[in-house]
Design a protein around this ligand. Sequence first.
Ligand code: KG4
Ligand code: ZN
Length: 383
Amino acid sequence: MALSHDQVHPQPGAAPQGALTVLGLESSCDDTAAAVLRRHGDGRIEVLAEAVMGQNSAHAPFGGVVPEIAARAHAERMDGLAAGVLNEAGLSPFDLDGVAATAGPGLIGGVMAALMTAKGIALGANLPLLAVNHLEGHALSPRLTHALAFPYLLLLVSGGHTQLVIVEGVGRMTRLGSTLDDAAGEAFDKTAKVMGLGFPGGPAVERYAQDAEAPDRFPLPMMLARDASCNFSFAGLKTAARRHWDGLDAPNDQDRADLAASMQAAIARHLAQRAGRAMSIFKSRFEALDSPLPLVAAGGVASNTAVREALQAEAQRHGFELIAPPLKYCTDNAAMIALAGAERLALGLTDGLDAAARPRWPLDQDAAAHDPASGSGRKGPKA
Ligand code: KG4
Ligand code: ZN
């Protein structure tokens, strides 16, 4: 059931009794975002104002996000964006109950922009700070628009993350699997770059794939076919796609379309297959729950139609219902950070002004400690 925040016209000034009003800030990758959210005493959520500024054109010439460019753009925009959403909501910082910011994981120069701005506002208006894990924001994001009870199974698939998580509550997440190498979105982006389709690659691959005449023309491997875990791997797919591309003599748009379709189908297949394993685990762990059980797909890649269809079919086979937040909450946004902050505030889980920005911050510390998918180095932030 969709809640009614889209129709809300906030009244400036006093908040209803028992409500918590929180400003949320996000700058961990290439979107600068701010939102004001109200959590009512009965748990109902209203987004009072929200804004996102992307940076695609700044990064496009490089075919990927350049951390220094991203950090500078966040630092330039964060203040104005925060002031803008407060203004739109008809509120001053003194009307807030807390300030939330992504404190990680992410590109550290970017993370600091939101966190430092939040600390400044918290200090100036004497408000509690909520240092939010970006992944927890994604994990809670379906609750912005759906009256979704815990527990649910989450597949988070974006440019930075690919993981399957059981979400049992705020701060209560169990990671079942994550990527051993690239994130799903990276596999789209890097293949698009090889074929010269531009950045971000996912939407371009999807567009080209629509014109495919022979979507099975380029065989791609089934990754981790004999691996019984819920982990993912995309590096082999990416390499295989590049080999096909390099083997073409003067490739044309039809070649692009066919390879885009093959790659998209292979990624969708892999995601659905691993999600299927996780659904079996979820089902056996929560035997008492009624069907259909909830499978939430969030992150930019979850907006891909072929991916959604593959997940939908797999969900049906396992007695699950696929729930996909609207696109604006699938991708990076600040409403999800404000929501995670408000839920934490309601539980008294506030942070000190010494809260650190963290490049790596696994959702499930225990799983991360015992899992090869979250070792040190470049794999860390994706885990
Ligand atoms: O969630 P998101 O906006 O940002 C983070 O990475 O956190 O996800 C962006 C990723 C990019 O890799 C982009 O190529 C991919 O999601 N993406 C898509 C589509 N739209 C965005 N991938 C496949 N098909 C799409 N339609
Ligand atoms: Zn994200």
